[in-house]
Design a protein around this ligand. Sequence first.
Ligand SMILES: Cc1ncc(COP(=O)(O)O)c(C=O)c1O
Length: 359
Amino acid sequence: MSDIYNFSAGPAILPKEVLRQAQEELLDYEGSGISIMESSHRGAEYSAVHEEAQANFRKLLSVSDDYAILFLQGGASHQFAMIPMNFLGKGQIADYTLSGSWAKKAIAEAKNVGQVHLAADTDKDRPTRVPSPDALDLTDDAAYLHLTSNETISGAQWKAFPDSEAPIIADMSSDILSRTLDVSKFSLIYAGAQKNMGPAGVATVVIRKDLAEQGAKDLPSILRYQTHIDGDSLYHTPPCFSIYIVCLVTRWLLTKGGVSAMEKINEEKAGALYSAIDATDFYTGAADRAHRSLMNVTFNLPTPDLEAQFAKEADAAGLKGLKGHRSVGGLRASIYNAFPREGVDALLTFMADFEKKNG
Ligand SMILES: Cc1ncc(COP(=O)(O)O)c(C=O)c1O
């Protein structure tokens, strides 16, 4: 077991300590005699979990009281639709940056609701990259500006964020809690949990309360952010078990020194992989150097056949989930917060051996 390293892009690795604690208290949560999975979402046990998860998250990213922190079902894809439904009114234009596959999905949903303007398009650029924050073609009076902070598939990540008169909305599904962040730059941040926060089934939404108030009123209640703020994410039964794991993961992060400590470790882990990639012509980074993701390290080998062989042999050696996304091929090492440094070192050794044999 201990020799397996999980490089999966998501659902992804969780801290071992968290999984062990969940296992230990699975049948009897804190002496209640029942599992947290079986507890009422309005009971004392679950209420404490819900509140702690929110409080930990608020602390980790220094989120002010101007924002609500919501735990919603439906994953990040649900947010792709909810955002324009709430904030893209008739006659308005929303600015979107097209930086890769996930931005494209967000844009497709927005177009189902209203008018979209592409403030930048780097989708086809190779090496992959995200737009420059100061080179966006912004619309006057845009309803909002949407960006994808880390393109999980291409491995390109925004290193600095743009200034905008319009509210900035960001999909941070694959890099939330991995680096320090000035939340006050954003009006809404959302992230599916299953990469850096917990299991699938919940998305965290950080939303300015005054933005939520301006959301469309003529929507079904469950689709309005204001409903979930009013109900403190308990408008309906929340994904309690997923939120419980988010609570444990955020607690784990706090004990590890919080987001800034994690960012330093993430820079070291990703830096070691990128250095190895740059040290030889056998490996090529898929993302532009200035935009390389700290979470999803994407790279290529000289041929697709060698890439397939690499993924297969790595898997047999206990390095799981390195095959790139089916839409782009190549290789991808997803090294989220919970991914241990030893796993990166194991990959570095494997890469050197593989090159020796096949280079
Ligand atoms: C950046 C990004 N946005 C959105 C999604 C979609 O998330 P979900 O499956 O929770 O809808 C993903 C999933 O991998 C992602 O990486």
